[in-house]
Write a protein of this length. Structure first.
Length: 353
């Protein structure tokens, strides 16, 4: 069995690390990086920290409009798939790299396996929602992290090849957290005391491309008066400059950090504010209260369990929640038990071996 795995953006390196490590050991994988993310702190650092092999191919597509970026990926991926003739193609998550990988493979009649299938925000204004719907529709194997994801697919009439395997990001966290706690010196480097600061990440197009939303979020962060650490995604850095938005004094901007440092920053935060999918889940697994800077989430379990509150971009809701939100004691195991990667490999071998 030969598999071509397709990655391109930060969260995909973390997801792929879990599966790729095993596929690599068994010489079953060709790893293709589309080049969607390319700065060292958005790409290279994750390969080094997670022990991911260097990609066999990097298409170097870089940034661009949706059509240009996806189109260049399609051309590059098709070329590689024609050369490699794999048994199937593995895609992760919901980025343009996911969409291009699934589409290029499907057009060559190669079976597609989608890790993190079935997630829905029911908001088609999100580019990710379009990517998910298309990738799921084209996939022969759909690896769902949660029960909700399986149900979402069933509602769209997709039941064949659907497997609830748990969340590979939970596997990654369980594997990496002890290493991060042993090796990261980020708290000392930034002079942070555990439990005394808030952590925020912002990068969704809906927040960064709308100046009113981005300024409302920054105003709300300022209005909390709490010390807030903000590792800034390059998209958001550009938006802050473009819209001339200056953060308040209590908001400390730093460059994006590696995964090890990020886990330590999350684990020691008093509260997390984010529009990231991955960060919402990590907050839940680490038992840190989370406020989501969106009006909806794909990770509804974290809200239902009482650990995540949707505050959107409302200054009042955000400030009130920062001061009053106290989640219940428990985090039920709704994302599997840290064996999603193993289960995915077993199912891939069964289907394509
Ligand atoms: C992408 C995904 C999003 C995912 C996020 C993870 C799509 C449509 N979006 O969003 O689902 O949550 O990655 O972080 O696929 N840039 C750099 N250096 C880089 C990468 C990007 O400066 O290494 C800048 C460029 O100006 C670029 C902008 O960030 O135009 C946005 O990058 P892009 O990959 O298009 O989308 P993300 O916002 O990163
Ligand atoms: N992350 C990181 N450094 C940062 C910000 C995020 O390592 O400065 C990690 C985070 O811990 C999570 C993943 O990146 O594992 C989430 O990626 P992102 O927020 O970019 O995308 P999303 O999950 O929203 O698609």
């Amino acid at each position: 069995m030969k598999i071509v795995s397709i990655v391109g953006a930060r969260p995909q390196f973390i997801k792929a690390a879990v599966v790729s490590r095993v596929l690599r050991e068994r010489h079953l994988e060709v790893l293709l990086h589309t080049g969607q993310h390319y700065d060292d702190e958005m790409s290279g650092v994750f390969f080094r920290e997670l022990g991911l092999p260097r990609p066999d191919i990097n298409l170097g597509v870089g940034s661009g409009s949706h059509a240009r970026q996806t189109g260049e990926m399609l051309i590059g991926i098709e070329r590689v798939l024609l050369q490699e003739r794999p048994a199937g193609v593995l895609v992760y998550g919901d980025t343009n790299s996911t969409l291009a990988g699934a589409l290029a493979a499907a057009k060559l009649n190669l079976p597609v396996a989608h890790v993190e299938a079935g997630l829905r925000s029911f908001n088609r204004a999100m580019p990710e929602e379009i990517n998910r719907i298309v990738a799921d529709r084209l996939s022969a194997l759909l690896f769902c992290p949660t029960r909700t994801a399986v149900e979402n697919l069933a509602r769209e009439g997709i039941t064949a090849g659907v497997h609830q395997v748990g969340d590979v990001m939970y596997d990654a966290l369980l594997h990496t957290l002890p290493i991060a706690e042993r090796t990261s010196s980020i708290l000392e480097a930034l002079g942070l005391t555990p439990g005394t600061y808030l952590l925020t990440t912002i990068h969704r197009a809906g927040n960064t491309d709308e100046p009113a939303n981005l300024s409302a979020i920054l105003a709300a962060l300022g209005a909390t008066g709490e010390p807030i650490l903000f590792p800034v995604h390059p998209r958001t850095r550009q938006a802050l400059t473009r819209w001339n938005i200056s953060p308040a004094q209590n908001v400390r901007l730093i460059e994006p950090v590696g995964y090890l440092d990020m886990l330590v920053l999350e684990k020691n935060a008093r509260l997390i504010l984010t529009d990231s999918g991955g960060v919402q889940k990590e907050a839940y697994w680490l038992g840190i209260p989370c406020l989501t800077l969106r009006e909806e989430t794909e990770w509804v379990e974290t809200v239902e369990a009482g650990w995540n509150v949707l505050v959107g971009t409302s200054v009042e809701r955000l400030v009130a929640a920062v001061h009053s939100f106290h989640p219940p004691g428990e985090q039920p195991a709704l994302f599997g038990h840290g064996q999603a990667g193993q289960e995915i490999i077993r199912l891939l071998e069964e289907a394509w071996g």
